[in-house]
Design a protein around this ligand. Sequence first.
Ligand code: GTP
Ligand code: MG
Length: 193
Amino acid sequence: MKKDKDGRVHFKIIFWGPSLSGKTTSLRWIYSNVSGLSKGGFTSIEDPTGRTLYFDYTPLSASGDVIFDVYTVAGQKRHKHQRKIILQGVDGIIFVADSDPSQLDANEESMEELKELLKDRLGTEVPLVIMINKRDLPNAADKEEILEKLNIATMDVPIYETIATKGIGIKRAFQAIAREVLLRKLYNLKTMT
Ligand SMILES: Nc1nc2c(ncn2[C@@H]2O[C@H](COP(=O)(O)OP(=O)(O)OP(=O)(O)O)[C@@H](O)[C@H]2O)c(=O)[nH]1
Ligand SMILES: [Mg+2]
C-alpha cells in the first residue's frame, strides 16, 4: 500500500500463475467488462503471440481515493527475475491455476515459487485468492487434484472456478481479493491503535 502525492491510497494486486493459465485474459476481461470502475489505460509488455514478457498493468478505482494497481506477471519459467520485480510491494495475489491436466506440475511449481518469495507472508499479510481457470476444458483436471498440488490446505483461501475467456467467475474473484486487501488494511489500522 502506498499514498500518492494527491493523497490517494494505492493497493497492488497481482495475477500470478503458470504461463498460459489465463492471467492476461482475466485482467483484460475485467478492464473491458466491469462497469462502475474508473480506469486508466491498459499497459502490456508482450511478445507477438500475446504471451506476457514482463507484465500487464491497469489502474482500477471504485472510488476516487482508493486505486487498485492491478498487474499480471509473465508466467513462463524464464521470466522469474521479472516476476520477482513485479512482486515488490504486493498487497494481494490472485493465483490463476490452469485446469489442463498437463499443467498440474506447472501450477505446483508456480505456487512453490510464490511461497518461496513471500514465505509466511502469503495468505496472512498478503491475502491470496485462487482461480481454478479453464473449467470449460472437456478434459479439465479434478478440482481437488489441482488444489492438492497447490498445497494450500492450511490456509483459509477463497477459491473460484472460472472461465476467463467467457468472463465466468472473474468478477467475483476480483471482488474477493479487493475485499481481503481492504479488510487487511482495516485490521492493520485497528492493531496500530
Ligand atoms: N478454454 C479456455 N481457454 C482459456 C481460458 N482462459 C484463457 N484461455 C486461453 O489460454 C491462452 C493463454 O491465455 P493468457 O491469458 O494469455 O495466459 P497468461 O496466463 O497471461 O500467460 P503468460 O502471459 O505466458 O503468463 C489464450 O489462448 C486464452 O484464450 C479459459 O477459461 N478457457
Ligand atoms: Mg499474460
